[in-house]
Design a protein around this ligand. Structure first.
Ligand SMILES: NC(=O)c1ccc[n+]([C@@H]2O[C@H](COP(=O)([O-])OP(=O)(O)OC[C@H]3O[C@@H](n4cnc5c(N)ncnc54)[C@H](OP(=O)(O)O)[C@@H]3O)[C@@H](O)[C@H]2O)c1
Length: 334
């Protein structure tokens, strides 16, 4: 049994913990929070709660929430830690993981240089094999890697241009915005294109991004110039067979990200999550060797299966397909 700890029990940490707990080859030893609140209470009951910042011990004592120790106690009890702390905090935590000789996964808010191994299971599972430190790329980069890797195998990509329309914040967060504005990323390319190249270095890609007042998904508009002469039906066939990708139809009334999230709730996914990248089948078109498509990313959940596969790869499971099959079965991925 692989013993897993989660440092940071927020949007991503909660979901990684739930996903680990349904695997038959790994178990959750505990999760951390910095603040005592309703989430900490539930975490203490469900998984065992450790204090991320030991100097906050008195706050937890005053709250009466049952704690099992602090982050250092947790590190003594695990084989691997999944760092789901806020962007940039993971880099500061790395020295502690080194001190305890514990393997660690970082998330997409950290830079590639922190681990020198950026991970997307479908693209480079074996690159993480037996490594001590790996970064699972961000939700947007995961979405781009999944679909571009599949298209590249079919059509040999010459160049990608993509625009990311990004949700302002997550549904459970009331701190961020914008709530009534559209905010462009002025630095071109946005970080997403270079980030894809940390996983798929041979893909020529440039990206732009804008933030909009929604909480439920990101949407990507992709233009892909291809070397091979392929038709729309071949692209559809490839994407239908691609792992963790789902094709939905505007003709069925899926007009926006709202209906996609309703679909995820209707198929009974925990928290209404959609691990797959959703592509509008009837939005795919090709004009003179250039492919156009739209994809939607459920930012809270698409990276969750990747974290499970990264754990297996780092712990020495060599067979990528076997790991991904196991992960997908356990999470009910179509
Ligand atoms: N949300 C997304 O859409 C998304 C998608 C893909 C990847 N990511 C990446 O995943 C990582 C986590 O993001 P998130 O959205 O899950 O963040 P989040 O919801 O803000 O959760 C962060 C968690 O980390 C805890 N924390 C705060 N300071 C900490 C510290 N110094 N040490 C350890 N834990 C600490 C927080 O605990 P308290 O609440 O008790 O302070 C909270 O439980 C980031 O790298 C992010 O870029 C996010």
């Amino acid at each position: 049994m692989i013993r897993v700890g989660i440092n940071g029990y927020g949007t991503i940490g909660k979901r990684v913990a739930d996903a680990v707990s349904v695997q038959d080859d790994m178990k959750i030893v505990g999760v951390t929070k910095t603040r005592p609140n309703f989430v900490s209470k539930m975490a203490a009951e469900r998984y065992g709660l450790y204090i991320a910042l030991p100097e906050h011990l008195d706050k937890f004592e005053k709250s009466g929430i049952d704690v099992s120790g602090d982050i250092e106690d947790l590190l003594e009890r695990v084989d691997i830690i999944v760092d789901c702390s806020p962007a940039g905090v993971g880099a500061k935590n790395k020295a502690l993981y080194e001190k305890y000789g514990v393997k660690a996964i970082f998330e997409g808010g950290e830079a590639h240089d922190l681990t020198k191994c950026s991970f997307n299971a479908q693209s480079n599972y074996r690159e993480a094999l037996k490594r001590d430190f790996v970064r699972v790329v961000s939700c947007n980069t995961t979405g781009l890697c999944r679909t571009l890797n599949a298209i590249d195998e079919l059509a040999k990509i010459k160049e990608v241009k993509a625009t990311m329309i990004r949700r302002a914040t997550d549904p459970g967060d009331s701190k961020k915005g914008p709530i009534n504005a559209i905010e462009p990323v002025l630095k071109i390319p946005s970080h997403h294109g270079p980030d894809v190249q940390t996983v798929l270095p041979h893909i020529k890609i440039s990206t732009m991004a804008v933030k909009v007042p929604t909480t439920i998904m990101h949407l990507h508009c992709l233009t892909v110039e291809m070397e091979n002469d392929v038709c729309v039906d071949e692209v559809i066939d490839t994407l239908e067979n691609a792992r963790r990708v789902i094709l939905l139809d505007g003709a069925d009334g899926i007009r926006s990200t709202a209906e996609i999230m309703e679909y995820a709730r209707d198929i009974g996914r925990k928290r209404g999550d959609l691990y797959e990248i959703a592509i509008w089948r009837d939005g795919i078109s090709i004009k003179e060797n250039t492919l156009y498509y739209y994809q939607a990313i459920h930012q809270e959940s698409d990276v969750i299966p990747e974290n499970i596969d990264a754990i297996r790869s780092m712990m020495g499971e060599e067979d990528a397909e076997e790991s991904m099959n196991k992960t997908d079965r356990s999470l009910g991925i179509i």
